[in-house]
Design a protein around this ligand. Structure first.
Ligand SMILES: Cc1cc2nc3c(=O)[nH]c(=O)nc-3n(C[C@H](O)[C@H](O)[C@H](O)COP(=O)(O)OP(=O)(O)OC[C@H]3O[C@@H](n4cnc5c(N)ncnc54)[C@H](O)[C@@H]3O)c2cc1C
Length: 482
């Protein structure tokens, strides 16, 4: 089969591009090296839909983040994705910093952020009582919000697949060649796929993918690691807004971010790393996070930390998103250097690439039967008592709680195993349902979920993985009944 477009990478960007492509009468294939959608950068970030207040005016980051922020309002219903309209406060500690805050407000104005205002700390404390005593003034950004990044990627990819896009996971692109007419893409060193056009949405690997086909890649990815602590959702309400420090040349700084499901993130730091493929946490990095978060709020409940994690940003030497057709190879499209605010901009990036770079509307017809909608995932614990009773009467498996910390039911876990983007791994189920994401981090429910996967997919527990094939949960049986 000769595809019109092959998209390399199913992070949030590849998924949104696939969804946008599925509006048109084109044959599209998405190749993803991981065992799931959104497993790398799109897995480990702050989940913030920024207002667009801090990118350099005139940059693509400025334009696409302000546009992207607005598109989230539309996508909330269309794709059934979570949005927490928290708003954000950028804090200044003294008069010198207040001047920086005013410059930031000016940037917000130039970039077209629809609402922002500088307020006194007393006013800010009415809604943020734990704001650090040292805070003097605050830039309030009410359009800043929080989403649930994996759900955004799943939703976009599900719509793409339902509208005809093909998706192959565990498919690592290992070589690319170009004939006069099409690209030949080698996957896992053996399988070949052909396409007229290639879209490179490979995140931190985007320069390495480009090297397979270009002699001179116009940017280099310099991975920047960000480390985090997660505070248990018992601290929900400790902060209501996202708290930002003033930005520096390293980025937006260490933040305190309330999450959609109640937990609170502290972080990230920003450290350039040698190995952009290994997001590991470090003692020094996490200590830095603690120290800097303490400049934003007093009495942070560090005793409620339930885990730490790290993500690596695909920061590039180009200093902006690099979204262009290759200068060397026609039909090869770069989505390079999509670091922050990539999550914010994802829907706008997909539209910009297709409509303004590829100009797809001049080349292909829109599908007559494109369906943009995807039903919101049922979150049983968020329903009212009456709604719960109705659901249990229809489907008794909603009455059996498997994950006690997050209150996830047997039916939700079964649903996550099946459907368009079903999963039979522990991490896949956790990403879809949050089973194992709470206080005990799967200590209670993991065994039950392993048994459910084994039953549903007729597998031996020895065959069940945490994530990829290489991460089997069990090595061997130790006590075999004779
Ligand atoms: C610490 C941190 C905090 C952030 N916070 C925010 C935030 O709050 N708000 C915001 O807007 N943005 C934020 N970002 C940025 C945002 O997360 C990224 O811009 C976004 O996730 C990029 O998505 P992506 O699809 O380009 O990359 P990825 O999610 O990394 O996807 C790329 C995909 O390509 C696949 N791939 C790579 N090589 C191959 C290959 N050879 N063959 C097949 N597939 C391949 C990978 O497996 C991966 O799934 C943050 C990033 C980090 C790291």
């Amino acid at each position: 089969m000769l595809y019109d477009y092959i998209v390399i990478g199913a992070g949030i960007i590849g998924s949104c591009v696939a969804r946008e492509l599925s509006r048109y009468d084109v044959k599209t294939l998405v190749l993803e090296k991981e065992n799931d959608v959104a497993n790398i950068q799109s897995l480990a970030n702050s989940a913030i839909v920024h207002s667009g207040h801090n990118p350099e005016p005139g940059s693509l980051k400025a334009r696409l983040s302000v546009w992207g922020n607005k598109l989230y309002e539309q996508m909330e219903n269309e794709l059934g994705i979570p949005l927490l309209r928290s708003g954000a406060f950028v804090v200044a500690h003294n008069e010198k910093e207040e001047l920086e805050l005013e410059k930031l407000a000016l940037l917000a104005k130039i970039n077209g952020v629809p609402e922002f205002t500088i307020i006194d700390s007393e006013e800010a404390r009415l809604t943020e009582p734990n704001l650090a005593k040292s805070v003097f003034k605050v830039l309030s950004l009410p359009t800043t919000k929080v989403t649930y990044p994996w759900e955004v990627a799943f939703a976009a990819m599900e719509v793409a697949i339902k509208n005809g896009v093909e998706f192959i996971k565990n498919a690592k692109v290992t070589a690319i060649e170009k004939t006069d007419e099409y690209f030949v893409v080698t996957v896992n060193n053996k399988d070949l796929y052909l396409a007229k056009n290639l879209i490179n949405a490979a995140g931190v690997a985007s320069d390495d993918i480009a090297k397979m086909i270009e002699k001179k890649v116009p940017y280099q990815i310099k991975g920047r690691k960000g480390e985090y602590f997660v505070l248990d959702k018992r601290v929900k309400g400790f902060v209501n807004h996202i708290l930002y420090p003033l930005p520096t040349e390293l980025g937006k700084g260490v933040l305190i971010t309330p999450q959609y499901h109640g937990e609170i993130l502290l972080g990230p730091n920003s450290v350039e790393v040698e190995d952009k493929y290994r997001p590991t946490t470090s003692f020094a990095g996490l200590n830095y996070v603690k120290e800097h978060a303490s400049l934003l709020a007093d009495n942070i409940p560090f005793n409620q930390i339930i885990r730490s994690f790290a993500g690596i940003r695909s920061t590039s030497t180009y200093d902006d998103f690099y979204i262009k057709e290759s200068l060397e190879v026609k039909g090869f499209y770069h989505l390079g250097g999509i670091d922050s605010p990539g999550l914010t901009s994802c829907f706008a990036i997909a539209k910009y690439l297709l409509e303004e770079v590829i100009e797809i509307q001049d080349k292909f017809e829109l599908k007559k039967k494109f369906n943009p909608y995807r039903a919101r995932r049922i979150r049983f614990h968020q329903l009212s008592k009456e709604e719960k009773q109705v659901l249990i009467a229809k489907e008794p498996l909603y009455g059996n709680i498997i994950c006690k910390c997050e209150k996830i039911t047997e039916k939700e876990i079964l649903d996550a195993m099946h459907g368009v983007l079903g999963s039979n791994t522990i991490k896949g189920i956790k990403k879809r349902t949050r089973a194992g994401a709470g206080l005990c981090q799967g200590g209670y429910c993991e065994e039950k979920i392993i048994k459910m996967i084994a039953k549903e997919f007729k597998l031996s527990p020895l065959e069940i993985s945490y994530d990829s094939e290489e991460t089997k949960i069990f090595v061997q049986e130790t006590k075999v009944k004779q």
